[in-house]
Write a protein that binds this ligand. Structure first.
Ligand code: GLN
Length: 468
């Protein structure tokens, strides 16, 4: 283990050794070993001269393979982006580097962040370190396993419909999706632009809070990012001994898709929260069965448009067949370059946007989204926190759901709500299933209330007496 006077170089060497030992987990796509060691030496030298240190000085971070890091490959775990290097830094990366973080590598995920099991990656499956026959979750599976298996300190993922919270739940760690517009999307490869948000994985809440504080905030390169002030998340993390007003969706806990053991663990936990002085009330909602369809109509529509740029001319892979005329060349490159799930979504998205079906699907789904947003805003007049399970089951086995895409989609029932409404959400690792796997509790607050969300999560993981 590492001693008191540990240097950044020793820390990086420690993680490189662990990455080497745990290669079979397939969490990393790229490891920047020499570069990370060099950066660590530079940090050690500047610190020994007594120069001021950054907020993330020496923090070893990995990034999902959908975030651009200048001069490094970024492929969205897809064949179609093989050979492509980022020509600029994502804003989140720029901010991490400014605060002296060390980026140690890029992490495996489902192709273009589409999936819930990491089974859709060009690089093969990432394994759950707690049971290698089980999926780590997706789409940010590599980012979750890297934290779970101690292959770095914290990691970045992206969350369009649960891709940070669901793998965090399956791996027994903390996963935060910030408010839509809290963190710049500049340099994040787009899946569904009105849903996508960079999120953070860690073993504890303070680590996640610190990274959030660094990467949040206004950005001239992303007009959807908010100018709302960034709170002092770390300093104020423990500044709460007041009870929270908590709401939970009764129908969600009684839903037939929910594993019985998860339902009873969360129900018991709700009783405990009441006993410890919080106000906890049940909420009746009627939207649960609409949210997954609305999510898949809207995200596939956006994806079909976003992914049209990958045509073999501008980026990465191109078909080897030189005899093709232009349209045929696009068709061939895209057929060879995209995997099955990505193609399915491009087709679904093109269908729901097509002239005869636009109103029936796309417009209708947008209406659902608007109503959901309005209802949610009303709920936050009465509640500080909304709670839900994160996922209806604990980590399932490889192959268990991959032959049935609809079954896989339906398992997103508890996570897509926060993306449809843009609110922040966190998965808090609190429980263990009798099958040996962990699972979490999901908490949500209103937009830009990440501070109380993090305070709540910290409070649950480290309970303190309340002043009622
Ligand atoms: N499982 C969801 C999907 O496949 C979530 C994806 C994500 O958040 N990137 O769309």
């Amino acid at each position: 283990m590492l001693g008191n006077a540990t240097t950044c170089e020793e820390v990086v060497a420690f993680y490189l050794e662990r990455i080497h030992q745990q290669q079979h987990l397939n969490a990393y796509v790229q490891v920047y070993a020499d570069e990370a060691l060099e950066k660590a030496r530079q940090l050690d030298a500047s610190r020994s001269k007594g120069l001021p240190i950054g907020k993330l000085h020496g923090v070893v971070i990995g990034i999902k393979d959908v975030i651009c890091y200048k001069g490094h490959p970024v492929t969205a775990a897809s064949h179609i982006l093989q050979g492509f290097n980022s020509t600029y830094n994502a804003t989140a990366i720029h901010k991490l580097l400014t605060e002296e973080a060390i980026i140690i590598g890029s992490l495996n995920c489902d192709e273009f962040a589409m999936g819930s099991s990491n089974e859709n990656s060009f690089y093969g499956n990432t394994l759950n370190a707690l049971d290698q026959e089980r999926v780590p979750g997706g789409s940010s599976g590599g980012s979750a396993v890297a934290v779970q298996a101690g292959l770095l300190m914290v990691s970045l993922g992206s969350d369009t419909g649960g891709s940070v919270r669901q793998p965090a739940d399956f791996c027994g760690i903390v996963g935060l999706k910030p408010t839509y517009g809290r963190v710049s999307r500049y340099g994040l490869i787009a899946y569904a632009s009105s849903f996508d948000q960079i999120g953070i994985f860690g073993t504890n809440v303070p680590d996640v809070a610190r990274v959030l504080e660094v990467i949040s905030g206004a950005d001239e390169y992303d007009s959807t990012v908010s100018t709302e002030k960034v709170d002092d998340y770390v300093k104020s993390l423990e500044d709460t001994d007041k009870p929270f007003r908590i709401g939970y969706f009764k129908d969600a806990l009684e839903h037939p898709a929910l594993d019985k053991e998860i339902a009873s663990a969360i129900t018991d936990y709700i009783d405990q929260l009441k006993v410890s002085g919080h106000s906890v009330k049940s909420i009746d909602v009627d939207f649960l069965d609409y949210i997954v369809p609305a999510y898949y109509v809207l995200t596939t529509a956006e994806a079909s448009s976003n992914l049209s740029r990958f045509d073999g001319v501008k980026y990465g892979y191109r078909s080897k067949d030189k005899s093709l005329e232009l349209t045929e060349f696009y068709r061939q490159t895209r057929s060879e370059g995209f995997g099955k799930e990505v193609k399915r979504r491009i087709m679904l998205g093109s269908f729901v946007l097509s002239a005869g079906y636009y109103d029936a699907y796309f417009t209708q789904a947008q209406r659902v989204r608007q109503q959901l947003f309005d209802q949610t805003q009303l709920l936050f007049k009465d509640f500080d926190i909304l709670i839900l399970p994160t996922v209806p089951s604990s980590a399932f086995k490889f192959g268990e759901k991959s032959s049935d895409p609809v079954e896989m989609y339906l398992a997103d029932i508890y996570t897509v709500y926060a993306n449809l409404t843009g609110i922040p959400a966190i998965s808090i690792p609190l429980f263990k299933h009798s099958n040996g796997m962990p699972f979490g509790l999901q908490a949500m607050t209103n937009q830009f209330c990440e501070l109380s969300l993090l305070q709540f999560a910290q409070h649950l993981l480290h309970p303190q007496a309340l002043t009622v």
